[in-house]
Design a protein around this ligand. Structure first.
Ligand SMILES: Nc1ncnc2c1ncn2[C@@H]1O[C@H](COP(=O)(O)OP(=O)(O)OP(=O)(O)O)[C@@H](O)[C@H]1O
Ligand SMILES: Nc1ccn([C@@H]2O[C@H](COP(=O)(O)O)[C@@H](O)[C@H]2O)c(=O)n1
Length: 227
């Protein structure tokens, strides 16, 4: 997915690593679009709860996914998520969504649908802005295995707990099961705890936010000649 001179950056990693915030900053610096693929699974989860669809009813959830009136904002300065024209960005970050999103994301029919939508969105955004930074759990391996740059962003469990606890203003310990349990379930359908062949690992355990952004830009520069 290098599309001539377009730069396609795929970033995966476990929960709380900083993928989303770092990817957004990298997209801004490169002047290209940004796609938060986790937000798409969160949007479907929110929609199913709104429609009172049982998340364990795999067929009903897959049907909801196919019909989902989802629009993704891909400007890294104003990323937003819309269903039927209504912004649901705030709602999809609620803890009830974080706690149930993996049930939806491990539905294989849902994944096939979302992966197809993500490929189409990435191609569209790349065409419009000259590239895209897309982040999630299966972008480097399934959605865009031929991306110009493929990165696995990691951080120790302790660093991720500390980042999440600061973000949510709760104790670090209380975030452990949230992070560990979600990764355990999510990794039954995607490979993001270890780097696949050809994927560059960026370990941010001992980096601050700006250093993490620079580390990713350094890899982009080395792999694609962009900075
Ligand atoms: N290198 C870093 N050092 C310190 N804090 C960081 C760093 N990178 C990101 N953060 C902070 O960590 C928090 C979590 O980051 P973010 O939401 O981007 O993670 P994520 O990997 O996308 O998580 P998830 O996949 O669970 O949504 C944010 O508050 C972010 O500002
Ligand atoms: N490519 C992806 C991205 C996300 N998921 C699932 O969505 C959940 C929410 O993701 P966040 O990055 O917003 O926390 C995540 O826990 C996965 O269940 C996915 O499966 N594939």
């Amino acid at each position: 997915m290098s599309n001539g001179s377009h730069v396609v950056v795929a970033i995966d990693g476990p929960s709380g690593t900083g993928k989303s915030s770092v990817s957004k900053a990298v997209a801004r610096k490169l002047g290209v679009g940004f796609l938060d693929t986790g937000a798409m699974y969160r949007a479907l989860t929110w929609w199913c709860l709104e429609q009172q669809i049982e998340l364990t009813d795999a067929d009903a959830v897959a049907a909801a996914s196919r019909d989902l009136p989802l629009t993704m904002g891909t400007d890294p300065n104003h990323p937003d998520v819309f269903i039927d024209g209504r912004s649901i960005e705030v709602h999809i970050r609620e803890s009830r969504i974080s706690q149930s999103v993996s049930t939806v994301a491990t539905n294989l029919d849902v994944r096939a649908d979302m992966q197809q939508r993500q490929r189409e969105l990435m191609a569209q955004v790349s065409e419009q802005t000259g590239g895209v930074v897309a982040e999630g759990r299966d972008i480097t391996t399934v959605v865009a295995p031929d991306a110009t740059v493929r990165i696995l962003m990691t951080a120790s469990e302790e660093a991720r707990m500390a980042r999440r606890s600061k973000q949510l203003s709760v104790t670090a310990e209380s975030t452990r099961s949230q992070i560990v349990d979600r990764d355990r379930v999510d990794s039954t359908v995607s490979t993001f705890m270890t780097a696949a062949d050809g994927v560059v690992t960026v370990d941010t355990s001992h980096l601050d936010f700006e250093q993490s952004v620079q580390a990713v830009l350094h890899v982009v520069s080395a792999e694609a000649g962009h900075e």
